[in-house]
Design a protein around this ligand. Structure first.
Ligand SMILES: Cc1ncc(C[n+]2csc(CCOP(=O)(O)OP(=O)(O)O)c2C)c(N)n1
Ligand SMILES: [Mg+2]
Length: 385
């Protein structure tokens, strides 16, 4: 009997990671992918650097706002900027993204106003932006469920004749972002089956940030997460998720396959969640400062900065301008979040269905009676809230 061998390496190995920039910023050649980044000139790399710095500033500002009571909760993308900005820069306006809840770098690159991202975290909105206008779906907090939505959307693109036509102005694809923990969720496995058998134009972009709240990836898998793809019939790649050039090149490759009718790809971006899971979490309870320090030395922004410095393409005026832009972004977000209105609690019933529904109407009526029962004399800004 010839058995299929199970990989002997665990999910935290760095075996087979595609890398184009070393942690100290040197460009390493890659025979298949060099051509995919050859057109990226210094301006394009500086644009990636700027996006990464702005998103990190957004993270810091939003965390402070949560600490000051302005947001209910916040989930940082700290440490995952290269995975997000690199992959997002590989998309076209026609591609459609399904994010989970910490894809702030992708949101920014898709042109979503970063203040709007915080509407959900302040609890004043179910979303905050128009998914169609940005090709960027609303954040999904139900782990893995949106991989099914993404696969269904990708199958819709096939039926609309937007895949494999050979017309670069027409062909489109879907990218779905999810975490290492999500790969253990049934929905993700079902989505992979559907995507494979339907040859759906979807890129499964797994950010293996090594933690699912307090559970390490070693509690989710015995093998590298990318090994899961081929079992479903979905080719997979492992990429250094802290290398913005590598995530760009690999995503561009996977998107081209998808748009041209080549089917789904599973990309595992090996990265690290440098911050807490959310503002409700305290990672010092379950991981060591030595581990955090190891990854601090592999910071994705430092890597691109070092590279640009080595090739003499990071002028001090540019760095100062980006720092200034980041300050202004922080100030604007702070002001806009504080000014966000207070929606009527009953508005939560407004968008449950596209058309009126008798059960929702009954629930709204009950809720309004309940609210009114607290203080007949008060306005809708009642003191019980
Ligand atoms: C279906 C479901 N189960 C459990 C949770 C609670 N939960 C929220 S985040 C999370 C961990 C997710 O880890 P991972 O997929 O690695 O994503 P990361 O937060 O690291 O980006 C869990 C279990 C949830 N939101 N949805
Ligand atoms: Mg994770």
């Amino acid at each position: 009997m010839k058995e299929n061998r199970v990989s002997q390496t665990g999910p935290l190995t760095d075996d087979g990671l595609v890398q184009l920039l070393t942690p100290t910023g040197e460009r390493t050649p890659h025979p298949e992918l060099d051509a995919r980044v050859a057109h990226l000139d210094a301006d394009a790399l500086r644009a990636m650097y700027r996006d990464m710095v702005l998103v990190r500033r957004f993270d810091t500002e939003a965390t402070s706002l949560q600490r000051q009571g302005e947001l209910a909760l916040f989930a940082q993308s700290l440490g995952q900027e290269a995975a997000q900005i690199g992959s997002a820069h590989a998309m076209t306006a026609r591609d459609h993204v399904f994010p989970s809840y910490r894809e702030h770098g992708v949101a920014h690159a898709r042109g979503v106003d970063m203040a709007d991202v915080l509407r959900l975290f302040r609890g004043v909105d179910h979303g905050g932006w128009d998914p169609v206008a940005h090709g960027f779906h609303l954040y999904t907090l139900v782990i893995g469920s949106h991989t099914l939505h993404a696969t269904g959307y990708a199958m819709g693109l096939q039926r609309d004749g937007l895949v494999g036509t050979g017309d670069a102005e027409r062909d489109s694809a879907v990218v779905v972002y999810f975490g290492d923990g999500a790969t253990a969720q049934g929905d993700v496995n079902e989505a992979l089956v559907f995507a494979a058998v339907n040859n759906a134009p979807v890129v499964f972009f797994c950010q293996n940030n090594q933690w699912a709240i307090s559970e390490p990836t070693t509690k989710q898998a015995r093998v590298p997460l990318a090994d899961r793809g081929p079992g479903f019939g979905v080719p997979s790649v492992r990429v250094d998720g802290n290398d913005v050039l590598a995530t760009y090149a690999v995503t561009q490759w996977a998107l081209e396959r998808a748009r041209s009718g080549g089917g789904p790809t599973f990309v595992e971006a090996f990265t690290y969640r440098m911050g807490a899971h959310t503002t409700s979490d305290d990672p010092t309870r379950y991981r060591s400062s030595a581990e955090e320090e190891y990854w601090r030395r592999r910071d994705p922004i430092d890597r691109l900065r070092l590279h640009l410095e080595q090739v003499g393409e990071l002028p001090a005026e540019f760095v100062a301008q980006v720092a200034d832009d980041a300050d202004r972004l922080g100030e604007r977000i702070r002001t806009e979040v504080r000014a966000m209105g207070r929606p009527s609690p009953a508005s939560m019933f407004d968008h449950v269905y596209a058309t009126p529904h008798s059960v929702v109407d009954a629930e709204r009526a009950w809720f309004e009676r309940y609210e009114a029962s607290f203080d007949a004399g008060s306005t809708s800004e009642g003191s019980h809230r």
